[in-house]
Design a protein around this ligand. Structure first.
Ligand SMILES: O=c1ccn([C@@H]2O[C@H](COP(=O)(O)O)[C@@H](O)[C@H]2O)c(=O)[nH]1
Length: 493
């Protein structure tokens, strides 16, 4: 139950929303295609004027916390709410058209405004934050300032965190959270304990991301529109390894990284030689190799030089600075001597980056080869516990260290900054949705066009053909290379 002074008011609104079927429980197919056990439809409140007024009144205390000159409702549900708030409290309103007008002024914003005016966005509820972002983009493109939005319900699916991303930077205030709403309905006996547990569990495991195409539009405001090509991105990259990677992707017409998850040196060397012409990167997990030796590392390095690809050890460092330095330079593997790229979790805090950078710089001074690091922003495995704001925190650390951080191991776009590369594992051609141990697969097209991958990481989809004929191996790897690269070309057009 909501416990503030306003709780009686908001609880009565929730009860009335439930009674008029604006809060539905069952099985519903959402716009994204996924099945949800709950559906919230606030559109119907236009038919309940008293409920509409009471619900809009809930926005007023939150509006008093925001600085703005005008308000703008997200079409269509919140248009009526914004209209009520504007008329009742004398806030000038703007209206954004969803479709561009085909005649007359062809404008997408209706109402009077001046560039530099501050606009508060009014929305009914937030899941991913995409609808608010679409409206904010239209307002910002017209020179208006958007810093805040108010919603009635936060569905707690990551939208508030998505919009706190530094590329977007919108603070969303909500009248009630989804779990408060569900707890109230359960405590009042409107839904059973089981239903409440089921929907809360579903919400917790169904966080939504901002679609890549929409995130990319941020570049219309903050970046030159040609940022997408690999050549342009190579030019913008401060990190020499990132620059080399973008150049390689352009010259080899490939955005493919093969994950050499094999357990003996000879098979990895065979893979590197066969895959070399088609890949820009080979990823290892050295701790799964039974017969690792530094001689193997040198031979792998030679193949990487001959075929011109980058060596990435997927070590996922996650310890204090003192320890990761030793893990990177020492032990059996002496990774800093022969790998170009490593990756790290941000969990231990920023010192992990400083520690790895110190050793990378020392190794680069010895052999003249650029080194870099990726930050892990997401994991591909089902039910992983990476929190919703992890990617945003990774981004904040990356922008402080662009000389060393090349980009992210991601499942969705972390940054609109063209200098950062997004690398996505869990890619496989075919109908397999995953393996028996939690891996989740997507296609090269989905990874590049919907998940924001600049580079796809493929393991079993390629290594499973290592013992087939050479022709079969090549046909398969060329298919991955072509589908990954074509997806990028399509995105750029
Ligand atoms: O979130 C992550 C991070 C890393 N990986 C690694 O990528 C490959 C994927 O191999 P497949 O055979 O294509 O499933 C593997 O080395 C993982 O350790 C990941 O899958 N997900």
């Amino acid at each position: 139950m909501v416990n503030d002074n306003n709780s009686a008011g908001i609880n009565s609104i929730i009860r009335r929303l439930f009674e008029c079927n604006a809060l539905k429980f069952g099985q519903f197919k959402l716009k994204s295609g996924i099945e949800s056990p709950v559906y919230i439809d606030l559109r119907i409140i236009i038919s309940q004027p008293d409920l509409m007024i009471d619900l809009c009144q809930q926005y007023v205390p939150l509006m008093k916390q925001c600085r703005f000159d005008q308000i703008c409702g997200v079409p269509y549900t919140a248009l009526t709410m914004a209209t009520y708030l504007s008329a009742q409290f004398h806030y000038p309103m703007l209206m954004r058209r969803k479709e561009m007008k085909q005649h007359g002024t062809k404008q997408t914003l209706e109402g009077v405004f001046q560039q530099g005016n501050r606009v508060l966005i009014i929305e009914d509820l937030i899941s991913s934050g995409s609808s608010i972002l679409e409206t904010a983009l239209a307002l910002r493109q017209a020179g208006l300032i958007v810093t805040d939005a108010i919603v009635f319900i936060d569905r707690e699916q990551g939208g508030i965190q998505n919009l706190r991303h530094p590329d977007i930077d919108i603070k969303v205030h909500s009248c009630i959270s989804f779990s408060e709403l569900i707890n109230y309905l359960k405590n009042e006996g409107h839904i059973t304990d089981e239903k409440s547990t089921e929907v809360l569990k579903w919400i917790n495991s169904n966080h939504c991301a901002i679609p890549v195409a929409l995130h990319n539009q941020l570049s219309l405001i903050t970046r030159p529109s040609s940022w997408k090509s690999y050549e342009d991105r190579a030019r913008l990259c401060q990190n020499p390894l990132g620059k080399r990677l973008f150049e390689l992707m352009k010259s080899k017409q490939s955005n493919l990284c093969v994950s050499a998850d094999l357990t003996n040196c000879e098979s990895i060397l065979k893979l590197a030689d066969l895959a070399g012409p088609h890949i820009v990167m080979l990823k290892t997990h050295v701790d799964i190799i039974d017969d690792f030796s530094m001689d193997f590392a040198r031979r792998l390095r030679d193949l990487a030089r001959n075929h011109n690809f980058i060596l990435f050890e997927d070590r996922k460092f996650a310890d204090i600075g003192f320890t990761v330095q030793k893990q990177y330079t020492g032990g059996l593997f002496r990774l800093s001597e022969w790998t170009d790229l490593i990756n790290a979790h941000i969990l231990p805090g920023p010192a992990i980056i400083d520690a790895l950078r110190q050793e990378a710089v020392a190794s680069s001074l010895k052999d003249g080869q650029a080194r870099g690091c990726l930050l892990i922003s997401h994991l591909s495995s089902e039910g992983n516990l990476v929190p919703a704001d992890y990617a945003q925190e990774a981004y904040k650390m990356a922008i402080k260290n662009p000389d060393f951080i090349v980009g992210f191991i991601s499942q969705t776009k972390v940054s609109a900054d063209p200098a950062f590369i997004h690398m996505t594992p869990g890619v496989k051609i075919g109908n397999e949705k995953g393996d028996q141990l939690g891996q989740q697969y997507t296609t090269p097209e989905d990874a590049v066009q919907n998940k924001g991958a600049d580079l796809i990481i493929v393991g079993r989809g390629i290594i499973s053909k290592l013992n087939s004929s050479r022709e079969e191996f090549e046909t398969n790897i060329i298919l991955y290379k072509k589908r990954g690269y074509d997806a990028y070309i399509n995105l750029c057009q």
